[in-house]
Design a protein around this ligand. Structure first.
Ligand code: AMP
Length: 592
């Protein structure tokens, strides 16, 4: 099917042609003719990146009467980024209809300016729920002529707690309007909105309900907790052309991972709620422009990120709520392209992978962290390919060539090649010379929590069981967090790199826990545990007063968290300037 068979106005068709859209995507091919012909309500279920904006935007623009300045179409979406993106797309589609005005309204910016824009006439308003409600309450938007209300990413809006705002907005729109609801997933809360506000809606599903995009490959890697970051670096190094989005659960982890990547020489920056709006805009602009290669983000900050060409989404930690996996991974493989979604899990993460597989109805592929040799070979051949690139601009270097050639004349071709590559790669190669295998062994993965608890918990054979000289520690995780003795052992041993025999009695209480350990490794434990997390949750760990004094068994806490956690777990940049120089050059190269 071609766009000109859908029944759209000529002015719109020529705008679409200028955008380079040739054939409608499946959701467009189904939704556009329906919406042009029928006046009813519609539910469109499709993952992000499948062309949803045009599937509602084109029929809406087609229907709007540009001779009236009143608001006729209202689009409600979850985030400022998406709001701006939708209104930009609509401006493009309507570029040959000069009187048609699309006004985006969203929070965190001057409301007076937005009011002025609306007063000048806005046939279509694209809004985030909170700001729209504010404008409605100030009586600055007039909704009585609204014929179409579009709820975009409805599931995300409900996830973000906008249910009441959406109810209030819908209650104020005219009774005889059409509601077009678009969503990637159909949880019961979305079905409830449909039930309350839509009349006999026509449903279009592209792919199965709650299914992710078929163009996404889902991979997972099993690593020990302490190797998570090194595994991330290996995966990035094995994909030199990565243009990626890394998800962490908390702002703190997001900041840490981005800082560590940056100081290891990667072209990475964080995006999270602690940044000002101006900072977020700046980071997003760099990412969109591809001067930034890797964006590390929290779920909330990354909502509505609509950037094409993202090659990899990496879940540094899986999301707390498995439903969020679909939203995260949907940031890649947009507009018919292919993409990879990679989950880094520890030895306990398998169950979560199973639950996600059930939701997305797709199997994950277990991958092994690439070996040092594989990574080095990939990097070298990537560099050689860049040298062979026919589009390389040689004009600037030409005038220096005679002088360079004279200096290098005595070297053979082989030697010359090796030396050039050595300048660029020696530090990188020596880092990988020393690198360990980061894949968690089968033995680390096997055995149930119960086995481990029995072997290593209260009844374990540790030398430090009931030892009066043992150091006692407090851990801010308890049964309510799903914590048990096996989990404690894995957490401490993996992160601090100690043997299980050095851990003694373990007491898991409802909200926190205690354990005894060899006093000689106290600082190894405290150092190793800074920045550790349990299934993405950060927690406190402290020495209790008086070491293993039985009087303190109830957990008298005196440790100073900041004092114990002052040094950086990764001890600064382990690969000083080698890859750093190369990375930033590569980052720049992408823009040229
Ligand atoms: P959306 O799901 O609306 O955010 O669209 C994802 C991306 O696909 C956007 O960058 C659109 O510009 C692009 N796109 C949408 N429809 C088409 C089409 N029919 N042909 C080519 N690209 C499209």
């Amino acid at each position: 099917m071609k766009f000109n068979e859908l029944g759209l106005k000529k002015s719109i068709l020529s705008a679409i042609q200028d955008l380079g859209y040739e054939t409608p995507t499946p959701i467009q091919a189904q939704a556009i003719p329906y919406l042009l012909e029928k006046e009813g309500d519609l539910i469109g279920l499709a993952s992000t990146g499948t062309g949803k904006t045009a599937s509602f935007g084109l029929p809406l623009i087609h229907q709007v009467d540009d001779q009236s300045k009143n608001t006729q179409g209202l689009i409600i979406c979850p985030t400022r980024e998406l709001c701006i993106q939708i209104s930009r797309d609509l401006d493009e589609y309507a570029k040959n209809i000069p009187k048609l005005k699309v006004v985006p309204v969203y929070g965190g910016t001057d409301i007076v300016k937005q009011i002025k824009q609306i007063e000048r006439g806005a046939q279509i308003i694209v809004a985030t729920p909170g700001r729209l409600l504010d404008l409605i309450n100030r009586k600055k938007v007039k909704l009585w002529e609204v014929q179409t209300v579009i709820l975009d990413e409805a599931d995300e809006m409900l996830n973000m707690g906008f249910k009441e705002d959406i109810d209030s907005i819908l209650d104020q729109t005219p009774e005889f309007k059409s509601v077009w609801l678009f969503s990637a997933t159909m949880p019961k809360e979305v079905a409830q909105i449909a039930k309350n506000y839509m009349v006999d809606p026509h449903e279009i599903t592209v792919g199965g309900k709650n299914e992710t995009n078929k163009n996404i490959e889902h991979h997972y890697y099993v690593v020990k907790e302490r190797d998570r970051f090194d595994a991330l670096k290996s995966i990035i190094d094995f994909n030199p052309d990565i243009y990626g989005l890394i998800f962490c659960r908390t702002r703190r982890d997001t900041g840490n991972v981005a800082d560590q990547l940056l100081s290891a020489g990667y072209n990475a920056e964080p995006l999270h709620g602690d940044l000002s709006q101006a900072q977020r805009d700046r980071v997003m602009k760099k990412f969109r422009d591809k001067t930034l290669q890797i964006l590390v983000a929290t779920d909330v900050a990354a909502r509505g990120i609509d950037v094409n060409d993202i090659t990899h989404v990496i879940h540094y930690q899986l999301p707390e709520d498995v439903e969020n996996y679909t939203h995260r991974s949907g940031r890649t493989a947009r507009a018919g392209k292919k993409g990879v979604s990679i989950a880094l899990i520890n030895t306990r993460g398998g169950r979560k992978i199973n639950s996600i597989e059930k939701i997305i109805k797709t199997r994950f592929e277990l991958k092994t962290v690439p070996s040092s040799d594989d990574i080095c070979e990939t990097q070298l051949s990537h560099s050689v390919n860049a040298i062979l690139d026919e589009n390389q601009d040689l004009s600037r270097i030409k005038k220096f060539a005679p002088m360079l050639l004279e200096k290098l004349d005595h070297l053979s071709k082989e030697e010359l090649i090796q030396r050039f590559l050595a300048v660029e790669f020696n530090k990188f190669l020596s880092y990988y010379d020393k690198a360990r295998d980061l894949n968690a062994k089968a033995s680390d993965r096997g055995g149930s929590d119960r086995d481990r608890d029995r072997d290593r918990g209260r009844g374990g054979k540790s030398k430090y069981k009931s030892d009066p000289n043992a150091q006692r520690f407090f851990v801010g995780l308890g049964k309510k967090d799903g914590f048990n003795s096996g989990a404690l052992l894995r957490l401490i041993c993996d992160n601090a790199g100690i043997a299980k025999k050095d851990i003694g009695q373990i007491d898991i209480l409802e909200k926190f826990s205690f354990f005894d350990a060899n006093p000689k490794i106290t600082s190894q434990i405290l150092d190793g545990m800074q920045d550790a997390n349990f299934d993405g949750k950060s927690f406190n760990i402290e020495k209790t007063k008086g070491g293993g004094d039985s009087g303190n068994r109830s957990g008298n806490r005196s440790g100073n968290r900041s004092g114990n956690r002052s040094s950086n777990r990764f001890g600064g940049n382990r690969r000083p300037d080698g890859p750093s120089k190369r990375r930033s050059q590569k980052g720049n190269r992408r823009t040229n």
